[in-house]
Design a protein around this ligand. Structure first.
Ligand SMILES: NC(=O)c1ccc[n+]([C@@H]2O[C@H](COP(=O)([O-])OP(=O)(O)OC[C@H]3O[C@@H](n4cnc5c(N)ncnc54)[C@H](OP(=O)(O)O)[C@@H]3O)[C@@H](O)[C@H]2O)c1
Length: 267
């Protein structure tokens, strides 16, 4: 069941990074179901094609452009924006969901290469991509951006220097840029999920289990029990929050970091 009307985003064009991952994949489906033309990107072409097929099976009139790109490659970043604009016109809605967890090394063990990779994908890339799209949003006085941050952007975790640092930085970008962009009719917000049922969520639980001497299944149970609501979030729940923030129903929500965490962190 969709929470949103089928024409909530008709005439709009949403670009979703990380569309081959759990959160981006569901977000693309929700936004296409609201009538937006979408451009979906990730490195795994076959997953993008599968997503496109799923969306077209639901609605054969949906406009879905697949562009596989490594976002750390500046030429591919340029080609992504060019292809998106030439196929679907002005990008009015941007979801920066691509991200990496990194190695969760403690500071003594961390290498500069590990730190820079996480910072580049999770922090620098969303800025570079936003920068390419924002000038047209600004000229047209229309646009909405949602950055997928994390609870790890709100409080530190053991071994989280690189990942937490990148997500704190992403929230810093969200808040600072929101102040610039709102003067031109463009809204910028972030979402902060706790554990989500995706590859990354499972990898994170697996790593924590290794540290605590527990199997994945044991740590998965502990993780669910540690959350006040009793369970980790689904990708659909994060996608619905992103979709809400992108619509005019959220017209006066600016620079926020909305948590989806079953009550894990409250502030
Ligand atoms: N899952 C969680 O528990 C959780 C919690 C809080 C926040 N988050 C955040 O939510 C966002 C989405 O995570 P997810 O759970 O959906 O993770 P996921 O399933 O592991 O997906 C990660 C996505 O990022 C893309 N990506 C990574 N490096 C890339 C690169 N160099 N170029 C292009 N795309 C790249 C991947 O695409 P390809 O592999 O196809 O390149 C994939 O689509 C991330 O920013 C993550 O930090 C996740």
């Amino acid at each position: 069941m969709s929470l949103f009307s089928k024409d909530a985003l008709v005439g709009k064009h949403a670009l979703i990074t990380g569309a081959t991952g759990g959160i981006g994949y569901e977000t693309a489906k929700v936004l296409a179901g609201m009538g937006a033309a979408i451009t979906i990107t990730g490195r795994r072409e076959e997953v993008l094609q599968q997503l496109k097929e799923e969306i077209l099976n639901e609605n054969s009139d949906a406009k879905v452009l697949v562009v596989s790109a490594d976002l750390t490659n500046s030429a591919e970043l340029d080609q992504l924006v060019e292809a998106a604009e030439s196929a679907n016109g002005f990008v009015s809605h941007l979801v920066n969901s691509a991200g990496v967890l990194g190695n969760s090394a403690i500071v003594e063990d961390m290498t500069i290469e590990q730190l820079e990779k996480v910072m580049h994908v999770n922090y620098t890339v969303p800025i570079l991509l936003t920068k390419k799209i924002y000038s047209t949003m600004k000229d047209r006085k229309e646009g909405s951006v949602v950055n997928v941050a994390s609870l790890s952007g709100l409080r530190g975790t053991y071994g989280g220097t690189a990942y937490c640092g990148s997500k704190f930085a992403l929230i810093g970008f969200t808040q600072s840029f929101a102040l610039e962009a709102i003067q031109h009719g463009v809204r910028v917000n972030a979402v902060c999920p706790g554990y989500v049922e995706t590859e990354m969520g499972k990898e994170s639980i697996r790593k924590k289990g290794i540290k605590e001497g527990r199997s994945f299944e044991e740590q998965y149970t502990v993780a669910n029990k540690s959350i006040p609501s009793g369970r980790i979030s689904s990708p659909e729940e994060v996608a619905n929050t992103i979709a809400f923030l992108l619509t005019d129903a959220a017209a006066n929500i600016v620079g926020e970091s909305v948590k989806i965490s079953g009550g894990s962190v409250m502030r």
